[in-house]
Design a protein around this ligand. Structure first.
Ligand SMILES: Cc1ncc(COP(=O)(O)O)c(C=O)c1O
Length: 393
């Protein structure tokens, strides 16, 4: 067969993720002036609905930028050189907190746990006991590089016991894994647009509570664009107003995406993600493949899979993309060539999982693994059949 010059592309990475056609359409609306009557209600509604997804009464502050803008803001606003902080890390994005701690010259303690394992709240407790005076704890909800979802609720309890504020990176997890900012006592949650929120890249979020805003206000120097109180003041106005030109078309998209999420219902959204994770894991295990990291229901964001030794690990994502048109993520840093990752955060449904599983089977077989074509697909289908519910997306 002659190779086709066109292969239908499928985006199956944990960010950017595919976006619903309705969201693309909303974004295609002509650009409007950000203080025009055509935009203000869209902006106001998006700000209100964002709070529902964070499950918070705090304002969710929006920054044009990527998710890292949200993370950066959580250092720029809270940390002055020499401030004592604890950084927990179990992967590539925990390392980003450490890099920020370096950049902002924090006096930081680094709790570095093995990639693929969960951060143990007891270890956080020990680190805080051994290092009195720590005022801030930075941690990760969904560690996208390993697929592990961390127990940020328990970590928050420990941080508060020691009088520290907790800052959570929920960039890939928000809107995929169950998270309740206020009920869990998370002082700041940061996120980004291009994952489970079903939007293109371009927005970073941070939702500081009053204590975090007060700490920021007490240390007002060393930032401008990412200043929480400046953005908060604008967003609190009636009608709300951004201190800088907001990405208006992304807000139109955000409005639509949030409507879709809330119409599906957050509990259903979480259930859908759990179901997709369950199916992905069942499919991989049916092929005798090992789940890297967390083989558990809460691993609902991305499934990381260990590449068998018999396979050239660097070829997996390449064959998937070049031969089958499916872009999945490989491993990062020390996991490069060792794992691949099946994303299921955001606009994903059962047939996305079945599609990617079938291409994984074809790819691994071609690369020499012992694969029985269809066994993983059947396992995933059985998970969906057993669930017995129609699934959105
Ligand atoms: C958990 C986590 N934190 C931080 C980031 C960085 O976000 P961005 O690339 O949008 O700046 C990502 C992106 O993959 C992520 O998954």
């Amino acid at each position: 067969m002659t190779p086709s010059p066109y292969i239908k592309p499928y985006l199956q990475t944990p960010g950017p993720t595919p976006i619903p056609p309705e969201v693309s359409q909303a974004m295609a609306y002509p650009v409007v002036y950000h203080r025009a009557p055509a935009f203000v209600p869209i902006y106001a509604a998006a700000l209100e609905n964002l709070k529902k997804v964070f499950d918070t009464q705090n304002d969710v502050l929006c920054f044009a930028g990527s998710g890292t803008a949200g993370m950066d803001s959580a250092f720029a606003n809270l940390v002055q050189p020499g401030d004592k902080v604890l950084v927990t890390s179990a992967g590539k994005f925990g390392e980003r907190w450490r890099d920020l701690a370096e950049a902002y010259e924090a006096d930081y303690v680094y709790l570095d746990v093995e990639w693929g394992t969960q951060i143990d709240p007891a270890e956080v407790d020990r680190a805080l006991t051994e290092n009195p005076g720590i005022e801030l704890v930075y941690t990760t909800f969904s560690e996208t590089s390993t697929g592990v979802v961390h127990d940020v609720k328990s970590i928050a309890e420990v941080a508060h016991k020691h009088g520290a504020l907790i800052i959570v990176d929920a960039i890939s997890g928000l809107g995929a894994g169950e998270l309740h900012q206020d009920a869990w006592g998370l002082d700041v949650v940061v996120s980004g647009s291009q994952k489970a929120l079903m939007l293109p890249p371009g927005m970073g979020f941070a939702s500081p509570n009053e204590q975090a805003l007060a700490r920021a206000a007490a240390k007002p120097q060393g930032r401008f664009f990412l200043d929480w109180n400046r953005t908060s003041k604008g967003q609190k106005k009636d009608p709300p107003d951004s201190p800088f030109t907001p990405p208006v078309n992304l807000f139109m998209a955000l409005g639509k995406a949030l409507d879709m999420i809330l119409e599906e219902g957050l509990e259903n959204v979480y259930d859908r993600h759990r179901l997709l994770g369950r199916a992905a894991r069942a499919a991989m295990k049916a092929q005798g493949l090992e789940i890297f990291g967390l083989d558990a229901e809460e691993a609902a964001v991305v499934t990381a899979v260990t590449i068998p030794d018999s396979v050239d690990g660097n070829q997996v994502t390449k064959v998937m993309r070049d031969k089958y048109g499916i872009t999945i993520a490989g491993g990062q840093s020390q996991l490069k060539g060792k794992i691949f990752r099946i994303a299921h955060c955001g606009y994903f449904g059962p047939f996305d999982i079945i599609t990617v599983v079938s291409a994984v089977e074809l790819t691994l077989k071609e690369l020499g693994a012992d694969i029985e074509l269809g066994a993983g697909v059947a396992a995933a289908m059985n998970v969906f059949a057993d669930a017995g519910v129609p699934v959105n997306a």
